[in-house]
Design a protein around this ligand. Structure first.
Ligand SMILES: *Cc1c(COP(=O)(O)O)cnc(C)c1O
Length: 387
């Protein structure tokens, strides 16, 4: 029964902590409304402390953070950059900003993230033709950590800087170490749908103080140290406003609670649906803790008797926002002609996940009753088999 009168359930809406107004009011009262100020400094320091990393630069978006990470890694026109294929387009768009060439790397089934074997093949081939990439962008999809031990080993071996796109994985850990701290650079996003938000913003992190100082310089129009306005290289307007940073500080206070809540949402789905034939939940890699930003699962149509697309349609009819898994970037018209390294000769895991995957509403402010509505809608597809 499609009750369009029922309240819309969103995929991952913002969830305020209640402290935002304090930070914003302070900023307004002290006239710190520019893209610099105490909240920007505070948010940078507090996020760096949370991650246990030396430096953080607050930026206008996660995309801006990826862009600056590429520039700081020395990416220039015509260079290649490797990138996870199963991700949001923002992971790779900045490669095009610099007129570099993306090469996409497939996922594996255990992590849904960059497959180390495919990465090794790609790096080995690139090495032999003398065209090693200037950077590797690894994504932690839906909060799940990639196989960092294998991936950092390969990047060290071939001496290629690693950029960790942790936009979806703030609060996740790998061997107890926070996600986003494995590469030369970590990238975070505080877009409205992320686990915490600034209403829009991002952060670039690194243990290299000089790199983060350079990032702040590039992000403020590359203004030289001079009394007059002097510029020697191209710059950007990429800094975060002191108001947004105030929202971020208030949100960071409840990050650990949000991780717990996301994981509780996942567990409820899992307990109710794991037994359904043909449904398989996104795994959690051994030794890691995912923030479970979005609960994702795959539907094997033959075993289930329905497909992921059928589910998407009937959830939409019930006013429930669900989404397919990201369309792999090597299949996007935007990146037509880009090289792609699948998991193995006859297996493209990202395509498999795209064709069968679905993300369920995962808001930390979703009520039990609302989540039950989602579960009931999915269960209504399950055929009761006669004994
Ligand atoms: C959201 C997201 C980004 C981009 O972040 P913005 O702040 O929206 O620019 C980058 N990569 C991934 C994987 C994301 O999910």
């Amino acid at each position: 029964m499609g009750k369009m009168s029922s309240k819309k359930i969103y995929l991952s809406p913002p969830h305020l902590s209640g402290y935002e107004l304090n930070f914003i009011t302070d900023a307004l009262k002290s006239n710190w409304v520019a893209p610099l100020g105490p909240n920007v400094d505070g948010f940078e320091n507090e996020l760096a402390d949370y991650l246990g990393i030396r430096n953080a630069a607050a930026l206008s978006s996660g995309t801006a953070a990826i862009h600056l990470a590429l520039i700081l890694s020395g990416v220039k026109e015509g260079d290649t950059v490797f990138c996870s294929t199963l991700t949001f387009v923002a992971s790779a768009n900045p490669i095009l900003y610099e007129k570099a060439r993306p090469v996409f790397i497939d996922s594996d089934r255990e992590s849904w993230n960059m497959c180390p074997q495919a990465l090794e093949r790609a790096l080995t081939e690139a090495y032999h033709i003398g065209r090693l990439p200037k950077a590797v962008i690894v994504v932690n999809l839906y909060g799940q950590m990639a196989k960092m031990e294998e991936i950092t080993y390969l990047c060290h071996k071939f001496r290629v800087p690693l950029i960790e796109d942790a936009a979806e994985s703030l609060g996740s850990t790998y061997n107890m170490r926070p996600g986003g701290t494995f590469g030369s650079f970590g990238v975070f996003s505080f877009n409205g749908n992320k686990i915490i938000t600034t209403s829009g913003g991002g952060m670039l992190t690194s243990n290299s103080t000089s790199a983060i100082n350079k990032a702040r310089f590039l992000a403020t129009q590359s203004k030289d140290q001079a009394l007059h306005y002097q510029h020697s290289e191209v710059g950007f307007n990429y800094r975060m406003s002191n108001l947004s940073a105030g929202v971020g500080r208030a949100q960071l206070l409840v990050l650990n609670e949000r991780v717990k809540a996301k994981r509780a949402v996942f567990n409820k789905y899992y307990n109710e649906l794991a037994e359904v034939p043909g449904i398989e939940f996104m795994p959690e890699l051994a030794g890691t803790m995912s923030n479970r930003w979005l609960t994702a699962l795959t539907v094997n149509e033959k075993q289930a008797g329905f497909s992921n697309l059928t589910l998407l349609k009937s959830l939409a009819k019930e006013n429930i926002e669900a989404r397919p898994v990201w369309k792999p970037l090597h299949l996007q018209p935007l990146f037509e002609g880009a090289d792609y390294y699948p998991h193995s000769k006859d297996l493209s895991v990202s395509e498999e996940l795209f064709n069968s995957g679905i993300c369920l509403p995962s808001g930390t402010n979703m009520s039990d009753e609302d989540q039950q509505r989602v579960i009931d809608c999915i269960k209504s597809h399950v055929q009761v088999k006669a004994v």
